[in-house]
Design a protein around this ligand. Structure first.
Ligand code: B12
Ligand code: SF4
Length: 473
């Protein structure tokens, strides 16, 4: 059987905001995960429209398309194209799960939620010529999943070919997050077996890993065993956590020992009212500064995530937030305009209150205002968001934030990392176009080298001037 897996381009990849470096970061891990369920006799290809052109003239038995909110229209167009040619087309992923009725007319079968149970079931049904129209599985486990088909990933097209997920979901329930909608009807947080996760890590070449898990430290027992197992594997890695997990016990020390060098943290807002209103309970009453200090002491850089436009935000929120991030030595920041994804509690509440301005999903990219604001106008929100990015990534701010660290090496790394991410766009474009991305990997690994507490005098000589990889900025 001939099968093609497609990650359609987010429409934005063609807009003036398009940043080649951002879309050449990670390969389509979800699709490579699904491809592992094919039989050895099947012929599989995987195409990621962010980094290559989709071949449209091929004749296939099965076309598997992943739909995110921002690539929805492109995904539907590709699905319609292949169905018109007589190929069997299946659609799944976050947006299909949120709005199955919208997706169904574009597919032969649709899939709700994670695919580890439903996709192999579908393959059996398909081979027996009795595929269902809709698949949903309340069973959620990662025990015994086959190894991700990394052979289908064109590694040379990505800066971070070694992206990995060892858990699914998150233990928390923030109102604006995709998570509860996607995992509805089954477990919302579960992990791989530690041995399987360690084996997958072992199979990955090089040193650098990027864990794309929503909350790598979310299950204390699993994370402890994972980090213990990773000690001595000589890895450097990046991942995401919450403030409370960083403050709890000694897990973060174990993570740093295992090679954690930069962490994505959802601070989201400095307002207690906003935290309460968003059900972001795990941040409530938590000492952000203490968590930051702990990470800095461990030499771990921070990518802070912030949301603008929550109901308690006024026009001063942008300056307040940027000043705070700079003063606290946050290395990179990811700012978002609040975006109500369909099927979230936030969307339901806003829809009920008549605050959803439109349903053009390609504009739901966290850079545009799609809802009725309260304490400032939509224009003020958009301008403030743009200003925050500009201000945070000005050389003056980067310099000021870098000098908040105690160790010289940490200061230099911070400066190189933040500057490299936002200030050398043309250079990145050149590197991507000339297909040289993989040559940057050793530099990335070097910049993520360990900062030792005493290293004020002994800064390691291999410090380089390169790439940062904040997830969503
Ligand atoms: C990596 C990533 C990216 C990467 C690239 C994506 C890639 N190469 O896969 C980059 C950095 C480019 C990116 C960009 C953006 N992203 Co993003 N990203 C992620 C992230 C962190 C991980 C994705 C991943 O690999 N997951 C792990 C794999 C195993 O899971 P999966 O992909 O979901 O696949 C599983 C299932 O969905 C299912 N499945 C998927 N497709 C199909 C198809 C079929 C047929 C079947 C059967 C099953 C199936 O099976 C898989 C195995 O279970 C997710 C968060 C998350 N936890 O998923 C956000 C996430 C997907 N991103 C999101 C958003 C909003 C964005 C941005 C708009 C944000 C921004 N402001 O920058 C931009 C897009 C900008 C634009 N141009 O429009 C949202 C999407 C919300 C939604 N409802 O669609 C998420 C959920 C983050 C969040 N918490 O809100 N992102
Ligand atoms: S902590 Fe992060 S991943 Fe978990 S529910 Fe909240 S926003 Fe989503």
């Amino acid at each position: 059987m001939k099968v093609k897996f497609i990650l359609p381009a987010l429409t934005e990849a063609k807009s003036p905001y398009w940043r080649p470096i951002k879309y050449s970061l990670f390969p389509p891990l979800g699709l490579a995960t699904l491809a592992a369920y094919l039989s050895p006799a099947d012929e599989a290809t995987l195409q990621d429209e962010h980094v290559e052109e989709i071949t449209l003239h091929d004749q296939l038995d099965l076309v598997v398309i992943q739909v995110y909110i921002t690539n929805t229209y492109r995904a539907y167009a590709l699905a319609d194209h292949y169905r018109a040619k007589g190929c069997y087309v299946i659609l799944g992923g976050l947006h299909v799960t949120s709005l199955p009725e919208e997706a169904a007319p574009h597919a032969d079968s649709i899939f709700l939620g994670p695919g580890e149970e439903t996709f192999p079931q579908f393959l059996k049904d398909f081979k027996n010529k009795c595929p269902q129209k809709r698949y949903f599985s309340p069973v959620r486990t990662l025990a015994g999943i086959p190894p991700v088909r990394r052979d289908l990933i064109k590694r040379h097209l990505y800066l971070v070919p070694n992206s990995i997920v060892v858990t699914r979901g998150c233990p928390h329930h923030c109102d604006f997050c995709y998570k509860d909608a996607f995992f509805e009807g089954g477990k919302g947080f579960y992990t791989q077996l530690v041995e399987d996760a360690l084996s997958e890590i072992d199979r990955l070449p090089g040193r650098h890993l990027y864990f794309l898990d929503d909350h790598l430290l979310g299950n204390q027992k699993f994370a402890t065993e994972l980090f213990d197992g990773m000690r001595g594997m000589n890895r450097v890695f990046q991942g995401a956590s919450t403030v409370d997990a960083i403050l709890r016990g000694n897990l973060i020390e174990k993570a740093a020992d295992a090679g954690l060098r930069s962490v994505f943290i959802g601070f989201e807002t400095l307002s207690t009212h906003n935290l309460k209103a968003s059900n972001k309970k795990q941040n409530l009453g938590k000492d952000y500064r203490k968590a930051i200090q702990r990470l800095h002491d461990l030499g771990v850089m921070i990518n802070g995530s912030f949301v603008f436009g929550l109901d308690d935000d006024d026009k001063d929120v942008f300056k307040r937030t940027v000043d705070w991030a700079v003063e606290n030595g946050i290395t990179t920041s990811t700012f978002h305009i609040l975006t109500p994804y369909p099927s979230t509690k936030l969307f339901a509440d806003m829809d009920k209150a008549g605050r959803i301005l439109h349903r053009q999903w390609d504009k739901y990219d966290t850079r545009q205002v799609v809802f009725q604001t309260t304490r400032m106008s939509a224009r003020e929100l958009k301008d403030g968001y743009d200003w925050a990015y500009k201000e945070f990534y000005s050389w003056a701010s980067i310099l000021k934030a870098s000098t908040q660290h105690e160790q010289v090496k940490h200061m230099l790394k911070h400066f190189a990392y933040a500057g490299g991410w936002k200030k050398f766009e043309p250079l990145w474009n050149f590197i991507i176009k000339s297909r040289q991305l993989t040559t940057m990997l050793p530099l990335l690994e070097a910049i993520l080298s360990k900062v030792k507490k005493q290293s004020v005098i002994q800064a390691e000589p291999e410090l380089v001037r390169t790439p940062p990889i904040p997830l969503e900025s």
